[in-house]
Design a protein around this ligand. Structure first.
Ligand code: TRP
Length: 466
């Protein structure tokens, strides 16, 4: 069989996986979910889910991939449980759906980078016209998808690992720089307080689901992205501690994104609490409000800070689109024996086409913009939001549930234990390993099962149990 490729080092794997995790989810979505969910109150629930529930699932995914040395569909078969390959197909479907809309938001960000470079701050007043300009956004999204496909087509160590090693340190550098700058703005401390002081009255069951959904999405779990990446990890690498580092990095960068964003929020609202609450819960905050912040910094500084911000966002998105494209690519390579180059470009084109309704459904086409109304919402949502709900929330939590059941009760405790054992564990490593083994049997299946069920009942049937 032809060489599938490998990560050169454990660090390379960690960086690529952290790159997959850190994305629009952290920088675009996380701060406003925090804003809507009572600041630190949301943060606490989010942290709880990430560390208690998601970290074990992540270890489980990596273990499946490394043991089977294959991407999800093939992996379940190779482990001897062909019937479970359905979970792999569910993941594939999730990957197609997520990347199809994710690439559109990535295109907005990438386009804003150029707008900021040219000092077009007034774009913030025309955001809906901007997203409705399907030709322009279509072009950006074509460029973004091609860049992603180019990197993925170059393979694991030459493409994915190399890109992550260049982009991740740059990203950290940019975000720290922007935080330092944001903290010098007037009212920064008011913003930080708004971020870090909990308001527990905002916590509702919906907020709890969305914290779990956000944690799953942000950590790239539930669709086999980490099964796929895990299949390129060497046998002697300690995957428990790797998963811990990836989880920590992702949570940490989301936390940093909040530190960057809330001073900006406080700055535009001049520290007005009511205005701050309203604005920080806005999904379009980054695109509709931030450019005003940059504008007020004056022509030179505004262009520098504004374009660096959207460059940061685009880099974060790129390391994520890479992992999303890798999953179906690896499926074609492993399962259908297609060459990597051909597989990558085929999938990229297909997903770009599936993304067209999402592209059009942001103002260009009324039909796709107000596409469907779910029982639990009061107004119709766009095609893109629908795809996000199906692929980005429902499939991921169901996938995560099935993966934990599989590892705990089908593949089995001892196989899992063998795969996550390592020669150089250390005390903390041993504790983490024991925790993972406990959680994957007793906590993850139960909690993920309940939450998947309640989410499905709530979104699609309008039945809320709590
Ligand atoms: N985690 C990324 C983000 O936060 C998105 C992402 C990349 C993803 N790969 C994934 C989500 C796989 C789910 C599954 O933006």
């Amino acid at each position: 069989m032809k060489e599938r490729g490998n990560f050169n080092s454990r660090l390379g794997f960690i960086m690529a996986s952290a790159g997959s995790a850190v994305g629009l989810g952290n920088i675009w979505k996380f701060p406003f979910e925090v804003g809507a969910g009572g600041g630190a109150a949301f943060l606490v629930i989010y942290l709880f889910f990430a560390l208690v529930l998601c970290f074990p699932v992540m270890t489980a995914e990596i273990a499946i991939g490394r043991k089977a040395q294959a991407s999800p569909v093939t992996a379940f078969k190779k482990l001897g449980f062909a019937r479970w390959s359905g979970v792999g197909y569910l993941g594939l479907a999730a990957g197609f759906l997520i990347l199809s809309f994710y690439n559109v938001v990535a295109a907005w960000s990438f386009g804003y980078f150029f707008e900021m470079l040219q000092g077009h701050f007034e774009i913030s007043q025309h955001f809906s016209e901007y997203t409705a300009n399907w030709l322009k956004i279509g072009l950006y999204s074509l460029i973004f998808m091609s860049g992603t496909a180019y990197i993925v087509s170059r393979g694991i160590s030459h493409g994915i690992e190399r890109a992550a090693k260049a982009l991740m340190p740059t990203l950290l550098f940019l975000i720290v720089g922007l935080i330092i700058y944001a903290l010098t703005l007037p009212n920064a401390i008011t913003g930080i307080k708004h971020y870090l002081l909990p308001d527990f009255s905002k916590i509702t069951p919906t907020i709890v689901y969305s914290a779990l959904g956000q944690a799953f999405f942000s950590l790239s779990l539930g669709m086999g992205a980490l099964i796929t990446f895990g299949s390129y990890v060497k046998k002697d690498a300690n995957i428990v501690t790797a998963a811990a580092i990836i989880t920590f990095t992702d949570v940490f960068i989301a936390f940093l994104a909040g530190l960057m964003m809330f001073p900006f929020v406080a700055y535009v609202t001049q520290g007005d609490l009511t205005a701050m609450s309203a604005i920080s819960g806005e999904e379009a905050f980054i695109f509709e409000t931030l450019p005003n912040v940059f504008n007020s910094l004056g022509p030179t500084l505004g262009v520098v800070i504004g374009s660096l911000f959207f460059l940061l966002l685009s880099f974060a998105a790129l390391t994520s689109t890479i992992s999303l494209l890798e999953v179906p690519t690896a499926f074609l390579v492993d399962e259908k024996k297609v060459s990597r180059g051909k597989a990558t470009w085929t999938v990229a084109i297909l997903i770009f086409l599936i993304g067209l309704p999402s592209l059009l459904g942001n103002g260009a086409s009324a039909f796709f913009s107000e596409f469907i109304q779910f029982p639990n919402s009061t107004s119709p949502i766009s095609f893109m939001s629908m795809v996000g709900m199906i692929g980005g929330s429902t499939f991921l939590s169901v996938g995560g549930f099935l993966i934990s059941v599989f590892v705990a009760y089908v593949w089995g405790k001892s196989n899992f234990e063998l795969e996550i054992q390592s020669d150089n564990e250390g005390t903390i490593g041993r504790w983490l390993k024991q925790y993972v083994q406990f959680a994957i049997r007793w906590i993850c299946p139960l909690v993920l099962g309940i939450i998947s069920l309640t989410t499905i009942l709530d979104i699609y049937f309008g039945i809320s149990l709590f």
